[in-house]
Write a protein that binds this ligand. Sequence first.
Ligand SMILES: C[S@@+](CC[C@H](N)C(=O)[O-])C[C@H]1O[C@@H](n2cnc3c(N)ncnc32)[C@H](O)[C@@H]1O
Length: 228
Amino acid sequence: MELISGCSKVTSEEEFYCKADEYWKNIPSTLNGMLGGYGHISQIDIRGSYTFLKRFLEGPGARVKPNRALDCGAGIGRVAKHLLLPIFKTVDLAELNSNFLEQARTYLGDASSRVGNYYCCGLQDLKLKEKSYDLIWVQWVTGHLTDAHFVTFLNECKSALRKGGLIIIKDNVAILEVELDSDDSSVTRNPEELRHIYNTANMKILFEQKQTHFPPELYNVYMTALES
Ligand SMILES: C[S@@+](CC[C@H](N)C(=O)[O-])C[C@H]1O[C@@H](n2cnc3c(N)ncnc32)[C@H](O)[C@@H]1O
């Protein structure tokens, strides 16, 4: 069985994760580092995320309480700082690279006092307390997980959600084939593979929307709200 369905180029799990780890260890702990040289799109990205998220916080679709959120693949805490901490009382960060988490303590400024936990680990190994989060935000990191780990990660998140809670995945989506980036050792999945993974984890898509106003040379980026 393929480690990543639709991508026969990934043949060793160990190599897939080691190469990604090596790649991120050599990336500066900056906004530009987090966004592959596209630091200037951060504001547009956050605005799009806020508009997407707002419908679950207020109005007729309100269901997510603004208490505790988890930022997965958090990097230096860009999403935590600009999207989650302004809304949620407490935010936890989960990130593989310890240098990024160290930088987050400074980057988040005063708001770092409302960070509950800094989990330094790969999402493939993440263990969460049951019913502890109102929102789990997962941005630009799922391509670093094999199919099997993506499913176990979703299951872990599912049991960590409180009543009304949601997982929101924001990531690149390929139009046709699943594509491997051999520089950072990540894949970009297509909609069929993503749906297959969500189904396998018994998660339903509650709402999905494409991010607009990104530079045309980038992949399509979708925000997907998942519930169990
Ligand atoms: C493109 S950056 C995105 C950072 C952040 N989500 C943002 O949008 O600013 C990808 C992040 O995922 C982290 N990462 C890579 N593989 C990971 C894994 N297996 N588990 C957790 N984090 C991982 C990298 O260290 C990096 O911080």
